[in-house]
Design a protein around this ligand. Structure first.
Ligand code: BGC
Length: 764
């Protein structure tokens, strides 16, 4: 196994790193020849033009590209633009492409990129929700559908996957990634890259280029604030944060986006260690690096000189394309004349971008993604929407279900109460905006239809989503937000009156979609205060209360967990939320999502994550002095990583290991049987963790190293096997060598990171 891996790695290294002509495939040789020929004919201005990515916002609105008066179009004609972000609409993109390939001197096609992280027009749950499905097939399928739709609309490049490991839920961008675990994050990154790029990559006109972001370590931004500082040991970076980006590179991702943060004193966009050393030299990445939005300009705000210097630092560090800073555009030519950059620096960046266009097939057919007959067929079609509904149901996490109150019966009267029950734009989540945010049905509409003729649905808003109008103004910037000018008392009175007529209350509370995502850090991560007041009043009625929780991040719902009967966390479920939520609430689908982040009891516990390193005085029992803990709260999370309930029960047998010793070349097998002992069919994610008991450096108390999501009919028993190879035991030691060390280990199997059974083994 290890040998095969070694051969594979060598092959990868040879194809990606060593550009010596004898190791290249005929296709790569032809690409090199083509690009070299092209570059011979290009002026410096045309070369730096390729490094310039600009906003196509002008082209989102309005019917046509105004070819005569538009400055951007003039720039395209002069060959001074390499790519667009946010140009939308296949006809407009086709026209821009026509200008580039017919009216510019070098006739170089453009790339068209956009952020559609969880669907293009058919929106899927936010990425954190998608991760909670632990279903790699679904994740690949959702990204494939996004690629099909976006490519039908003219786009050939997506700023996704976002793979930043996040252990601080105050950071709003946790919603865009896969959670806190590097192994799971890596698996998801691979599935997403494959889904977007196709396999083999770019073979057809639905296969677009992915861009893994935000490289790197952005999820560790200090205090959970955006655009900030990351001060981290290289050992931690390599063991806990870099792996998912590397997995995306191994999966062949075509581009990488540098992040807004600095790392140990150097902004990521100007960080040689990150881009040239780790990404290119060590991982053999052979695509191109694009900045995050205007992040070269942000280097000036970090206090490192003007945009001219920032441009030089970035290019020298290995950043190829400048998104919207206009820094390369304005300063590179001068920097070349001054000798601050070399022609080779510019050529390297230009070559990588031209190669990307070549790989996408744009030189062979610049209109590959501009088939104007496709949108009607390929965007937001019945099949995509059906997938979105099915996939969304698998992302919901059942956090509590006292007395098996869920699933609800389709009878009687249901009171749907809360500001998210009839809130159309709130269904989609933070990157739902490429789609028409007013298209999704509301939960009230969906549930009414779903229960038609069986049960009655009553509705009241109950309260405003946020504490005050100022928040409403800030948080509704991008939404057609309808303000409600009624007093809080009037809203509450109406809600209680509705609640009194019902058999069960379904409280639709939580965050609005603008409360997570970029620039949405929060210091208090509970549900907003007016909603807490509403919930307390609903609980006080004595009727059963089911909390349907909308959120893009882990929340500190300690009170809620204690007092409501059941909690179904639905994230932001996307286009088909209105049907997917009733599917699960009323039992047509058995929930199977499991959390991919640890949920804290309160914000004081943050950062909190399951794979914490061993500490010098571990807390065994709380409260206790002179132990690693708090006086006022235990170290236990509210919900551990990997946690999620089902409408059925899964019994775990005792895990069995086939040997207790292994050599580096051996493979051990851990087998466990799972029984669905309940009355309903259901899916369970069986999780596998490893602990290195004694090591040369301080190690985590456990690390996820495998998982299987299995489906079991009621009464069915299945066996699951996990393989242990030495590659799973590797880590970066104190001297940053990637090693596995001889000695004792524990392998653990179970339903979540806090409910595991152990077996022991030794590496000889
Ligand atoms: C975000 C990126 C995004 C870029 C382009 C930035 O503000 O950080 O995630 O890809 O904008 O929209």
């Amino acid at each position: 196994m290890k040998k095969t891996l070694f051969i594979l790695l060598c092959a990868l290294f040879l194809t990606t790193c060593c550009n010596t002509s004898d190791t290249l495939t005929p296709e790569q040789k032809e690409m090199n020849r083509f690009v070299s020929e092209l570059m011979k004919q290009m002026t410096v201005e045309e070369k730096t033009g390729q490094l310039h990515l600009i906003s196509g916002n002008d082209f989102i609105s309005g019917e046509n590209v105004n070819t005569d008066s538009n400055r951007t179009v003039r720039e395209v004609r002069k060959g001074k633009v390499g790519a667009f972000i946010n140009a939308k609409g296949v006809s407009k993109i086709r026209e821009l492409q026509r200008i580039a390939v017919e009216e510019s001197r070098m006739k170089i096609p453009l790339m068209f990129g956009m952020d559609f992280l969880h669907g293009y027009e058919t929106i899927f749950p936010v990425p954190l929700g998608m991760a909670a499905s632990w279903n790699m097939d679904n994740i690949e399928k959702a990204t494939r559908i996004a690629a099909v739709e976006a490519s039908a609309d003219g786009l050939n490049w997506v700023y996704s996957p976002m793979v930043d490991i996040a252990r601080d839920p105050r950071w709003g961008r946790v919603s865009e990634g896969a959670g806190e675990d590097p192994f799971l994050g890596g698996e998801i990154a691979r599935a997403q890259v494959k889904g977007y790029q196709g396999n083999p990559a770019y073979a057809g006109n639905t296969d677009i280029m992915a861009c893994v972001k935000h490289f790197g370590l952005y999820g560790a931004s200090e205090a959970g604030r955006d655009y900030s500082v990351v001060d981290m040991s290289e050992q931690r970076a390599r063991n806990d944060y870099l792996y998912p980006y590397k997995a995306a590179v191994e999966a062949g991702v075509g581009s990488v986006m540098s992040s807004f943060n600095e790392i140990n004193g150097m902004p990521a966009t100007a960080n040689k260690w990150l881009l040239n050393k780790v990404l290119r030299e060590e991982w053999g990445f052979n695509g191109f690096v694009v900045t995050d939005y205007a992040s070269i300009n942000d280097i000036t705000r970090f206090g490192m000189g003007g945009a001219d210097n920032a441009a030089v630092l970035s290019l020298k560090a290995g950043t190829d394309m400048d998104m919207e800073s206009y820094a390369y555009y304005h300063h590179l030519q001068k920097a070349l004349e001054n000798g601050n950059v070399t022609m080779a620096d510019i050529d390297n960046a230009c070559r990588r971008i031209l190669e990307a266009k070549y790989k996408l097939g744009l030189f062979a057919d610049p209109y590959k993604y501009c088939d104007t007959s496709r949108p009607a067929r390929d965007i937001y079609n019945r099949q995509h929407r059906a997938e979105a509904r099915k996939i969304a149901t698998e992302t919901f996490v059942l956090l509590k279900n006292d007395g098996d109150i869920l699933p609800l019966k389709k009878q009687g009267t249901v009171a749907l109460i809360g500001p998210h029950g009839n809130n159309r734009p709130n269904m989609l989540g933070s990157w739902g905006w490429p789609s028409d945010i007013n298209k999704a049905a509301t939960l009230l509409e969906g549930m009414t239809l779903y229960l038609d003729g069986k049960a009655k649905v009553l509705y009241a808003k109950g309260c405003r989503p946020y504490e005050d109008m100022t928040h409403e103004d800030i948080l509704s910037l991008t939404k057609d937000f309808e303000k409600d000018n009624r007093s809080e008392d009037a809203m509450l009175k109406e809600a209680l009156q509705i609640a009194r007529q019902a058999d069960v209350i379904v409280a639709t509370l939580g965050e609005s979609s603008e409360m997570s995502g970029e620039s949405s850090s929060r210091s208090d991560i509970n549900i907003p205060i007016p909603q807490q007041r509403l919930l307390k009043a609903l609980v006080a009625t004595g009727k059963p209360v089911i909390l349907v929780l909308f959120t893009g991040r882990p929340l500190t719902i300690t009170w809620e967990n204690k007092h409501v009967s059941a909690i179904l966390n639905v994230w932001f479920p996307g286009t088909e939320a209105a049907c997917a939520i009733p599917d699960v609430l009323f039992g047509d689908v058995n929930p199977s999502g499991k959390l991919t982040s640890t949920w804290a009891q309160n914000v004081g516990q943050i950062p909190i994550y399951y794979n914490i390193k061993n500490v010098s005085k571990p807390l065994e029992k709380w409260p206790y002095k002179f132990r690693s803990g708090y006086l006022d709260v235990s170290n236990e999370p509210l919900y551990p990583f990997g946690y999620g309930l089902s409408y059925t029960k899964f019994l775990y047998g005792t895990p069995v290991i086939n040997d207790t010793v292994m050599r580096e070349s051996d493979t051990l097998t851990v087998t466990v049987s799972i029984t669905n002992s309940g009355q309903r069919d259901g899916a369970e994610t069986v999780q596998f963790y490893i602990r290195d008991i004694v090591a040369s450096t301080v190690r985590p108390n456990k690390e996820l190293k495998g998982f299987y999501k299995i489906f079991l009919k009621a009464g069915e028993i299945k066996e699951v096997q996990f393989k242990i190879t030495s590659s799973l035991l590797k880590f970066y030691d104190y001297d940053l060598n990637c090693v596995c060390e001889k000695g004792a280990f524990e392998a653990m199997v179970g339903r979540n990171s806090a409910d595991l059974q152990k077996v022991k083994f030794t590496l000889l």
